[in-house]
Design a protein around this ligand. Structure first.
Ligand SMILES: [Fe+2]
Length: 189
């Protein structure tokens, strides 16, 4: 295997993290500000917690689709290549809806890849290229992880009176994931 000869050692000033100014972190991750939404803080906090889990898993599923879009192969290469990218874009749009709901509720949305990787419930996949059947099975497993947790979270949000979060989980997340499962699973039926 050929390895890059470009040095991966950064100059010292680029290795050090930026030290936040006094006002650097205006709100810690995991905290919830009270916004005037006629909603108990504890209800908003529970929804933020659940939505951040869904956001981490949605971003991970989106990355999985992009990986499989780039690394597609086989006799149906072109259609699968395009389908996986369409689903990636739809998951990215969903992630934006989830993140902005978290901010609306007064929370802090998870965002960076390393934090997302630590939080996601979706099993890690190899760096290497996989055949289409394995790609499909991996995507279906990720969808099912999300659907399983999402249905429980939607019920919890409704029971606590957070109907806006319930609506987003049901109307945006569950319906999109179920539809994408159909388009993917038909490749191995
Ligand atoms: Fe592309």
């Amino acid at each position: 295997m050929t390895t890059s000869t470009i040095t991966k050692v950064l100059p010292s000033h680029l290795q050090e993290p930026i030290i936040p100014s006094a006002r650097g972190v205006s709100q810690e991750y995991g905290t919830v500000r009270r916004n005037p939404l006629a909603m108990e803080s504890s209800v908003a906090a529970a929804s933020v917690d659940n939505l951040n889990q869904l956001l981490a898993d949605t971003l991970t599923l989106g990355s999985l689709y992009k990986k499989h879009h780039w690394q597609a192969s086989g006799p149906h290469f072109y259609s699968i290549h395009l389908l996986f990218d369409k689903h990636y874009e739809e998951q990215e749009a969903l992630a934006d809806i989830l993140a902005e709901r978290i901010q609306t509720l007064g929370g802090v949305s998870i965002a960076m890849a390393h934090d997302v990787a630590e939080t996601s419930m979706i099993p890690r996949c190899p760096k290497g290229r996989e055949d289409t059947e394995t790609q499909v099975k991996r995507l279906l497993q990720a969808h099912e992880v999300i659907l399983l947790e999402a249905r429980a979270m939607a019920r919890e949000a409704a029971e606590h009176g957070d109907l806006g979060t319930n609506d987003i989980i049901v109307s945006n997340l569950i319906r999109l994931n179920e539809l994408q499962v159909w388009f993917v699973v038909e490749h191995i039926q």
